[in-house]
Each structure stands twice: as structure tokens, then as C-alpha cells.
Design a protein around this ligand. Structure first.
Ligand code: NAP
Length: 285
């Protein structure tokens, strides 16, 4: 039996939908933090178990009888590695046979401020002796509008990148690739996949593609991280939002997303959607 954590989140829900599309009778269990959060999944025929990464006992109970686990990384950054460690320890105790985990592209290079949590989690998984399948995900293409802020209206896009390119991939295609892996876990034992689309683009190139697709000139300004942070503070954004934006900017500046691999293409059995196609579609809406 497969258990998917973060089952009510975006990636978890989409992965479950792809699995059900492949096999409507699939034996899928979803981990959620309350009955309420599992209501929609229950309607789809998914068994719901309740647990919180911060509560070891709840996870150990939820993992009873589970053979394959998809651990979707926690969205709460505080104490994230400890949360993941709880799940890995419970998986070992309950005899889980294989863990799939959603990491970050090139986690072991630790180029992004988000990488150390993932690198440490990957290490715990490997040390547990449980078979692993690591999906090292690029950033979601669906997040491009968040990175753009009001650039489409103002015609000016100020975001740090130090001239580095970024590779973004569709979250929905990551979910499809996860479902393809989970449908045949044996084939993916002890594998590491770098999940990117087929091409990384500089922010200058992204601004050009947006200008062409929208018919409005958007000029890109490669500001420093401190300049960017000052601007966000002047606007008066909430602290948490500023921290997340600065982490994203540092990720770009460190070249942490300037990588392209063909693992996603292989897992999907087709070329992943490129940022060029995504931008054309996005500008049409
Ligand atoms: N690659 C990227 O660009 C990118 C961007 C953002 C996030 N991420 C990472 O990828 C993960 C999946 O993305 P997503 O879009 O599906 O995020 P999401 O929609 O925010 O879903 C996160 C899921 O994790 C669950 N969760 C959070 N803390 C938990 C805890 N302590 N115990 C049990 N479950 C917990 C949430 O449950 P609740 O609904 O109860 O909170 C939710 O189901 C995120 O959690 C984050 O680690 C990646």
C-alpha cells in the first residue's frame, strides 16, 4: 500500500489524481493533518490517515501496513529536518520498504538556502537503509507570476539573479512523474532524479519572452539581494514573505537553479513543458 503525505496540498493532490487516472482501483492512502482536510480525498476513494510530522507517535500509527511512502517535504520551514526525521524513523520502525522524497535540484551542492534541509533529509533516508527514490525538484513554473510581482503592469522587473539562468518545471508534471514512479517503485529503487524542464533561461531572456508574448515592453533590472530586500521592506510586506522572497533571490543569485537534466523527460515519456510555452499561454490569459 502507498501512503502519500501532504495529500491535501497541491503536489500531493495532483500526484494522487494521476495515480487514480492510471488505476482507479489503486490502493492509496493520504496523510493529512485533520479529518476536515481529508474530506475531498475521501470522496475520491482515498483512505485517510491523520498525522503531523512534528508528532512522531501520530506518524508511526499512520504508517502501519505501508509499503511505499511518498514523503512530500514540509511546507513549514521551522525545524523541517526534524519533522522529516520523525517520518523516516517511523518508516523504519513500521517496515516501510521504499521512500520517495521531494528534494531540491542538486541538493548536495547546497547552493540554495533551501538546500541544507533537503540534503540532510536525503542523508537520513540513505542512512535508514530503506530503499530511496529522490525527486530533486526545480522551482515550480506555476510560481513565475509570484516572482514577477507587478512587472507586467509597471513594465519593470527588478529581481536579483547575478546573470544566472533558472530552470523552472511545471508542478503538475512533477506530480505526473511522481505518479509514474510510484506506479512501479521497484524500477526506481535507490535512484536520484533531477527534475527540471528542458531549458534554463536568464531573467533577461524571461523578460524578453514576456515582452513579446504580452506586447508590452518589460525591462529587467538585475538588482542585488540587499537592494531587493530593502525595497520589499519599504513596501511593508510581511516578514515571512520577505524572508521567502530573499531565499528565492539568493537561490537565483547562487546559480542553484541553473541546471538542466533529462530525468523529467524520461519519467514522463515526453518532453516537459518549457517556460517559453508556459509564458505564451500565461500572456494569453
Ligand atoms: N519546488 C518548488 O518551487 C516549491 C515551492 C514551494 C514549496 N515546495 C516544497 O514542496 C512541497 C510540496 O509543494 P506543494 O505545492 O504541494 O505545497 P502545499 O500545497 O503547501 O502543500 C504542503 C503540504 O504539506 C503538509 N504539511 C505541512 N506541514 C506539515 C506537518 N507538520 N505535518 C504533516 N503535513 C504537513 C500540508 O498540510 P496542511 O494543509 O495541513 O498545512 C500540505 O498538505 C512543499 O511542502 C515544500 O516543501 C517546493
Amino acid at each position: 500500500m502507498i501512503l502519500i503525505t501532504g495529500a491535501n496540498g497541491h503536489l500531493g493532490t495532483q500526484t494522487i489524481d494521476f495515480l487514480l487516472d492510471k488505476n482507479p482501483d489503486a490502493n492509496i492512502t493520504g496523510l493529512v493533518r485533520s479529518e476536515e482536510k481529508g474530506a475531498e480525498l475521501k470522496e475520491k476513494g482515498v483512505e485517510i490517515r491523520i498525522g503531523d510530522y512534528t508528532d512522531y507517535a501520530s506518524i508511526e500509527k499512520a504508517l502501519q501496513g505501508i509499503d511505499t511512502l511518498l514523503l512530500i517535504s514540509s511546507s513549514t520551514l521551522e525545524g523541517r529536518t526534524k519533522q522529516h526525521k520523525n517520518v523516516i524513523e517511523a518508516a523504519k520502525k513500521t517496515g516501510v520498504n521504499q521512500i520517495f522524497y521531494t528534494s531540491i535540484v542538486q541538493a548536495d551542492k547546497e547552493l540554495s538556502p533551501l538546500s541544507p534541509d533537503h540534503a540532510e533529509t536525503e542523508k537520513h533516508i540513505k542512512e535508514s537503509g530503506i530503499a530511496y527514490t529522490l525527486y530533486r525538484n526545480a522551482f515550480y513554473m506555476e510560481f513565475l507570476p509570484l516572482f514577477l510581482g507587478n512587472a507586467l503592469e509597471s513594465g519593470e522587473w527588478a529581481f536579483p539573479s547575478n546573470g544566472n539562468a533558472i530552470n523552472l518545471a511545471l508542478r503538475s508534471e512533477m506530480a505526473e512523474a511522481l505518479a509514474n514512479g510510484l506506479a512501479d517503485p521497484e524500477k526506481h529503487r535507490n535512484s536520484i532524479y533531477e527534475i527540471t524542464s528542458g531549458k534554463a533561461y536568464t531573467l533577461e531572456e524571461i523578460a524578453d519572452m514576456l515582452s513579446e508574448a504580452s506586447g508590452t515592453e518589460i525591462s529587467y533590472n538585475d538588482v542585488s539581494v540587499s537592494e531587493f530586500q530593502n525595497t520589499l521592506e519599504e513596501i511593508g510586506l510581511p516578514e515571512e514573505q520577505i524572508a521567502m522572497s530573499v531565499m528565492t533571490a539568493t537561490t537565483f543569485v547562487n546559480g542553484a537553479l541553473d541546471f538542466t537534466f533529462d530525468d523529467l523527460e524520461k519519467l514522463l515519456g515526453r518532453k516537459p513543458t518549457g517556460l517559453d510555452a508556459f509564458i505564451k499561454n500565461f500572456a494569453d490569459q
